[in-house]
Design a protein around this ligand. Sequence first.
Ligand code: FES
Length: 83
Amino acid sequence: MRHKRELVFICTGSDCKKAGAKSIKKQLKEDLKSGPLKGHCKLIQTKCMDFCKSAPVVIVGDHFCKKTDSEKVLSILSKGTQK
Ligand code: FES
């Protein structure tokens, strides 16, 4: 059984922070407050996930996003909610 809400894990460890995780988090928070994804996602901050060379790291459901940005994460989320 799938969760009703998609879980989005965003690493806020020091390397990911330096690589822009804070701005990704801020952008995602704003984008998830409104629009079609509202209420379908839950943002969860994590500590270092030990993939620092691929920073910033975001995990969306079973998608592992390396060196990502908020647009890539949003496109994965919108594909996931269309199912
Ligand atoms: S700081 Fe993000 S994976 Fe290590």
